[in-house]
Write a protein that binds this ligand. Structure first.
Ligand SMILES: *Cc1c(COP(=O)(O)O)cnc(C)c1O
Length: 232
């Protein structure tokens, strides 16, 4: 991809995000685009940054850390959206603004311990496996409340900010909407039950972010539509 292409694509995504936010009677600034830069060169991040993009998502710790190091002079907010393995928790605090994909107590405890050591806190989202797919990470919807209870009781350094999901792909993105709606309902249930405010719903990718915005997404994680196909 050329620099102009990436900037054009980013602007196109921005317009679509804004259009669908307005369509849902929402303020366009209530939706943040997280540009998913996994398996894309650092150069692409620089170009998007020059065009004003500040939030980027990475899936692989090692790759993410390398990019953070190379771009440390810039005011970039890196999000971690990959699988949460306990042995990787030590690399996260102080480097990623938000972890979207927390789905095990073992990982949460380890992350909390690392935060205590550094005397810092870490904002997190809980990943929910809304379609109960065996191949995907995330908690089953029915297990979310007891998980939240444990997080609130045990992991004082973790700040719960909302929920995330990655529903199945459908040719017709309208078919994904019920899953997005379910995540929103679940968030509302958790807020009521625990008397907490959860500002974030991380849902929607290149193929379905419009539907996600109509259902209340505050963070859309968009890779391909901005950066094109990924190298492997
Ligand atoms: C790769 C990835 C995305 C971005 O997917 P695109 O279809 O390229 O927009 C979003 N969320 C997660 C968790 C991902 O792994």
């Amino acid at each position: 991809m050329k620099k102009e292409d990436i900037i054009d694509r980013l602007n196109q995504v921005r317009e679509e995000v804004s259009f669908f936010a307005k369509k849902a009677n929402r303020d366009p600034s209530s939706v943040t685009i997280v540009a998913v830069s996994k398996k894309q060169p650092v150069e692409y991040i620089r170009w998007a940054y020059e065009a004003g993009q500040r939030d980027f998502g990475e899936n692989y710790i090692q790759e993410g850390l390398e990019k953070i190091e190379k771009l440390k002079e810039k005011e970039i907010r890196f999000h971690y959206i990959g699988r949460c393995q306990s042995n990787k928790a030590k690399y996260i605090p102080g480097r990623f603004v938000l972890i979207h994909s927390v789905d095990s107590l073992k990982f949460a405890r380890e992350l909390n311990k690392r935060c205590e050591k550094l005397d810092t806190s870490q904002e997190i989202l809980i990943e929910v496996n809304v379609a109960k797919e065996s191949t995907k990470g995330g908690l089953l919807p029915e297990d979310v409340c007891s998980f939240v209870e444990n997080i609130l009781r045990e992991t004082q350094k973790l700040i719960l900010r909302g929920l995330m999901c990655m529903p199945p792909y459908f040719e017709d993105p309208e078919k994904v909407r019920p899953y997005f709606r379910e995540l929103r309902k679940l968030k509302e249930e958790v807020e009521r039950k625990f008397q907490i405010d959860l500002p974030h719903l991380s849902m929607g990718m290149s193929s379905d972010f419009k539907q996600a915005i109509l259902e209340g997404a505050t963070l859309v994680r968009i890779g391909t539509s901005i950066f094109g196909p990924r190298g492997n």
